[in-house]
Design a protein around this ligand. Structure first.
Ligand SMILES: Cc1cc2nc3c(=O)[nH]c(=O)nc-3n(C[C@H](O)[C@H](O)[C@H](O)COP(=O)(O)OP(=O)(O)OC[C@H]3O[C@@H](n4cnc5c(N)ncnc54)[C@H](O)[C@@H]3O)c2cc1C
Length: 425
């Protein structure tokens, strides 16, 4: 059972219910929309033992502030009147809510609840796996052609674009667009066209032969066709200290972390388009940037290179390679680099590091034998068909020369038109 309360009722709820979970939501909040069906289905499953309460954040600001709630959605858990477990925010996954609920109840009770959860089977014409620009373009075309389409994503919609600070080369906008706004327009357009989204879910398995995707452990989505649009992720350097200092001094996303570099120094590893373009953004905050590039030249496009070399804050070190990341006693970062010409090792001190050394295709979830190129990118024909009948792939995950928003969107368009024509084959 799900109940909506006002702030003045909160204390009474706490006194009356030993186990309580509180969802602060807002309107016009995509992550709140993504959470709502999960919260409802868990209220059905756990509702006899845990009180599920929703509260509108904007209308109940005083309580939100008192409880330290700054964004929507925020989930808070209470046991016997005291806050317990995690504070969950943003693209909240069902598995994370379940983990917190399970710690509030005795083990036998949890076992019983789980044994009573009925698996769900959902049908669609097409599953689009990945809600980046490629997947969303495919979804828009499919839904507008009256093809029943579900887009599944392990994160919130947007893909790499939502972590890109500005996009200036996507047609239709005179001024540069913030990446997250461009993503937002795409997902709103897809929703308006009739696409159903299942996002911030755990994708447990993908069976390309049966055309089935299992999410959140209990829901199987069956379709006639699948379009894979899972994109690509940053490549790691795999050198000493990288894993340990990931998120603690080493970042792969300027949009997410450049703001923490106000008047600080940063080292950027890489010299391609992303490294050079993101250095421009980081330079708005940082007092000094050192770019480490293993090649004798930068490989970004010419105009980006020119802007980079003209920026007095950026110093480019060519033919150097990073060998390890460490923390100094004073808590700063130390980057060990090798001069590839002289083999000399140097230690460079800085406040933080950004790594931009290329990408790898997101295909870990695909266990079926799909034909790929030597780097693992999925091979497709000119209508985006893969080597498995009824399976298409689009965007950065496919083997191709140029990976851009426009090319991903173009691939999505082609796949969806081909898929619409072949839907009953
Ligand atoms: C920092 C940066 C700046 C960029 N700037 C520009 C630019 O200015 N202009 C431009 O044109 N391009 C730019 N790009 C490139 C552009 O963002 C990509 O080419 C584009 O996003 C590719 O779209 P996609 O749909 O193929 O994949 P992605 O955008 O990578 O989206 C893939 C989606 O699939 C999801 N996913 C992954 N694995 C799974 C799974 N197992 N199950 C379910 N879902 C999954 C991900 O969560 C993600 O939402 C930039 C990229 C970066 C990283």
């Amino acid at each position: 059972m799900l109940t909506e309360i006002k702030q003045e009722e909160f204390e009474k709820e706490l006194q009356q219910h030993d186990n309580l979970v509180l969802d602060f939501y807002s309107t016009e909040c995509p992550p709140c929309e993504a959470l709502a069906p999960k919260f409802e289905s868990l209220a059905d499953a756990y509702g006899k033992d845990v009180r599920f309460v929703k509260i509108f954040r904007q209308g109940n600001r005083e309580l939100a502030e008192k409880l330290g709630v700054k964004s929507s959605p925020t989930l808070l858990f209470y046991k016997k009147g005291k806050q317990t477990g995690d504070v969950l925010i943003g693209g909240i996954k069902k598995a994370d809510i379940v983990r917190n609920l399970d710690t509030m109840l005795p083990a036998e009770k949890v076992k019983k609840i789980k044994s009573e959860i009925q698996p769900v089977i959902t049908h669609a014409d097409v599953i689009v796996l990945g809600a980046g620009p490629g997947g969303m373009a495919a979804g828009i075309y499919l839904a507008q052609a009256k093809i029943d389409t579900i887009i599944v994503d392990q994160a919130l919609p947007g893909g790499q674009v939502s972590t890109t600070h500005q996009v200036s080369n996507y047609p239709g906008f005179v001024d540069p667009q913030k990446g997250y706004m461009l993503s937002h327009y795409m997902s709103e357009q897809a929703k308006a066209a009739g696409v159903k989204f299942k996002v911030a879910v755990d994708v447990n398995s993908v069976d390309l032969i049966k055309k089935e995707v299992v999410i959140d452990g209990f829901e199987t989505i069956k379709a006639k066709k699948i379009i894979i649009s899972t994109g690509a992720s940053p490549r790691y350097l795999n050198i000493e200290g990288e894993r340990e200092l990931y998120g603690k001094g080493i970042s792969y996303c300027a949009t997410c972390d450049a703001k923490y570099f106000h008047d600080k120094e940063a080292i950027i590893i890489g010299g391609g388009n992303t490294a050079v373009e993101e250095s421009e953004f980081i330079s708005k905050f940082a007092s000094k940037i050192t770019m480490i590039q293993q090649l004798p030249m930068l490989t970004a496009n010419k105009s980006a290179q020119e802007r980079c070399y003209a920026d007095p804050k950026i110093n480019v070190m060519l033919e150097y390679e990073p060998r390890g990341f460490y923390r100094t006693d004073s808590g700063r970062m130390l980057v060990r680099v090798e001069d590839l010409k002289t083999k000399e090792i140097k230690d460079l001190e800085t406040d933080g590091v950004f790594v931009f050394v290329g990408m790898k295709p997101n295909t870990d979830i695909i266990k079926d034998n799909l034909e790929t190129d030597d780097w693992g990118y999925i091979k497709v024909d000119d209508e985006m068909r893969t080597s498995i009948p009824g399976i298409y792939a689009v965007g950065d995950v496919i083997s191709k020369k140029y990976r851009q928003i426009t090319t991903a969107v173009g691939d999505g368009t082609i796949a969806s038109i081909a898929c619409t024509k072949e839907i009953d084959n």
